[in-house]
Design a protein around this ligand. Structure first.
Ligand code: ADP
Length: 544
């Protein structure tokens, strides 16, 4: 007969992370670049005091456990305080992506039943535009002092309070309630490229487990010795849980505010001696361009964690070879809380030639403890882990969604979450994303991986960015179309890039045509919007 374990039943709660940070790492710094410019420094102890003040203030506004509080905000210390104050007091922290279409924002604010909205002054015009359509919201709070309140005329519905006024005079102690660790803590909606955005409601348990795992040496590797700069936004998948993980590890956290261009990031990284950063590939392209053009070096940064879309191998190589920065390449999605798989180099891998190392990092890697993956064919049968058989990637684990917010049925198939990504898994467990089901190009009954083609094109020295979409073709059903952005001042024409690709991919993969653009359309989370490109360029191939 099974025997019950005889250990204490203490719930995994987000408030516990904050109080751990405040007690054990009280003097560790949180550095935050303000929306209006200056960089401020607070200790974790101060952050905790201010979070408790906010918890008292929200209670004072009449909010109850279970209520939802939205944020439309950059990565900054007030947003961090809200992360802890809202979830810690049993409410749901709903982080909104400000780059959603305003109608979608209205939809999610109403769907989540948000009572208070915390916003950065940058988004005042957006708040103005949507406030009247969100009747349940009782307070709009600008994350600033009174003197930095936006001076835009507000509709009566949205006359904003200043955050500093709201918390001023509130006690800096708060009795964090204890409740079931499975309680909803944070709500994040998917980007909703098709249909309405869908809400993923993370539990306290899932976030604490994920945050703890994220600190492991082979995941983000956070510790008291590291200064971590999450470029990945706090409005998208909790900045990969770094705001929680930093508290677990006692790492110094550097929050970049609104300026995420290469020059601003580089300046902050150097000034604040950042050692680890995390973000999507497009951010790193901007950063590298700035560093290359200025002949600069990274004096302290030794590791960057990249995910959200495939990191081109050429970029991995540059970070490594030219700048001595280790790249860790992760895969995850809103539905998986944060990173679910990560490429990493073992001691033996470090002995391999550089080329082989970069090839390992270019794959999406192994699952972190707590997660399982498999690939299945169209009938749902599990495919072999042979590195070749490709099918839909299925995932399960302790921080994977079971059903969407307010959905009446599960999102799972036989207990696994279908990701919509197409992948292979090698015998050693290393997973490679080949494509998204909606991006893969079906040519003459075979599949062409848009990611592999993009990676190959990005390896050309004149290419700044590359995207590949399928265009309809009368004979082959679909054929690849390559869309390219040249590096500033670089000369590159169609015959040259096609010849370059012909040496690197199968002949029938070579794109049907090439279009040169000034920029690729990038969505709210820094990813290239292929649906936009398909709308503009995905028509029937007309020859040429
Ligand atoms: P969306 O991109 O729709 O806004 P998410 O931010 O949740 O939604 O993105 C999840 C998707 O991003 C994954 O399903 C996958 O297609 C893609 N993705 C994430 N990380 C990687 C990676 N390292 N390589 C390739 N694709 C990735």
């Amino acid at each position: 007969m099974l025997k019950p374990g005889l250990m204490m039943d203490r719930p995994l709660l987000i408030s516990g992370l904050l109080e751990h940070g405040a007690a054990q790492h009280a003097t560790q710094e949180v550095v935050s670049r303000e929306t209006h410019g200056p960089t401020v420094r607070l200790s974790i102890a101060q952050i905790a005091r201010r979070a408790r003040q906010l918890a008292n203030a929200l209670r004072g506004l009449g909010l109850q456990p279970g209520d939802a509080v939205a944020s439309i905000a950059w990565n900054n210390h007030r947003h961090l305080e809200a992360y802890y104050a809202v979830s810690g007091s049993g409410m749901v922290m709903h982080t909104c992506n400000p780059r959603l279409h305003p109608e979608q924002l209205v939809y999610i604010l109403n769907h989540a039943e948000d009572r208070v909205v915390l916003f950065d002054s940058t988004f005042a015009p957006l708040v103005q535009a949507i406030a009247a359509k969100c009747p349940r919201v009782l307070a709009w709070v600008c994350l600033s002092e009174r003197e930095h309140l936006p001076d835009t005329p507000s509709p009566a519905a949205a006359t904003p309070l200043a955050y500093e006024d709201l918390i001023a005079g509130q006690p800096d102690t708060f009795d964090w309630p204890e409740f079931d660790e499975k309680t909803g803590a944070v709500l994040c909606y998917t980007s909703g490229t098709t249909g309405h955005p869908k809400g993923v409601l993370y539990s306290h348990r899932s976030i604490v487990l994920n945050a703890t795992t994220a600190c492991l040496p082979d995941v983000l590797g956070l510790s008291t010795r590291e200064s971590v700069l999450p470029v990945v936004p706090m409005f998208h998948i909790n900045a990969w849980c770094i705001p929680y993980a930093a508290m677990v590890a006692g790492a110094r956290i550097v929050l970049p505010g609104p300026r995420l261009d290469g020059a601003s990031l580089y300046e902050l990284m150097e000034a604040e001696k950042v050692t680890i950063s995390a973000g999507v590939p497009t951010i790193w392209m901007g950063l590298l361009q700035h560093v290359e053009q200025g002949g600069l070096r990274f004096s302290t940064m030794h590791r960057t964690c990249v995910g959200g879309s495939a990191m081109p191998r050429a970029l991995i190589e540059k970070f490594n070879e030219a700048y001595g920065v280790e790249v860790r390449h992760g895969w995850g999605m809103t539905e998986t809380t944060a990173i679910a798989t990560l490429s990493n180099l073992s001691a033996a891998d470090w002995e391999r030639p550089a080329d082989e190392r970069h090839a390992i990092v270019a794959r999406q890697g192994k699952v972190v403890s707590g997660i399982e993956i498999k690939v299945v064919d169209e009938q749902g049968a599990t495919l072999p882990r042979d590195g070749v058989s490709q099918g839909e990637l299925m995932v399960r684990g302790q921080w994977i969604v079971e059903r969407y917010h307010k959905a009446d049925r599960t999102a799972l198939v036989d207990g696994w979450f279908p990701t919509g990504d197409i992948a292979t898994i090698a015998p050693d467990g290393v997973m490679t994303i080949r494509d998204r089901t909606k991006d893969v190009i079906k040519s003459g009954g075979e599949w062409i991986s848009s990611i592999d083609l993009e990676n190959a094109a990005a390896g050309h020295p004149a290419v700044a960015q590359a995207a590949v979409i399928g265009i309809k073709h009368p004979k082959w059903d679909e054929r690849p179309l390559l869309l390219l952005v040249r590096k500033p001042g670089a000369a590159l024409e169609k015959p040259e890039i096609l010849a370059f690709l012909a040496e690197r991919v199968a002949k029938w993969w070579v794109p049907e045509d090439v279009v040169f653009l000034d920029a690729l359309p990038v969505g709210g989370t820094g990813k290239v919007q292929k649906n936009e490109l398909r709308k503009r360029y995905g028509g029937v191939f007309s020859g040429g």
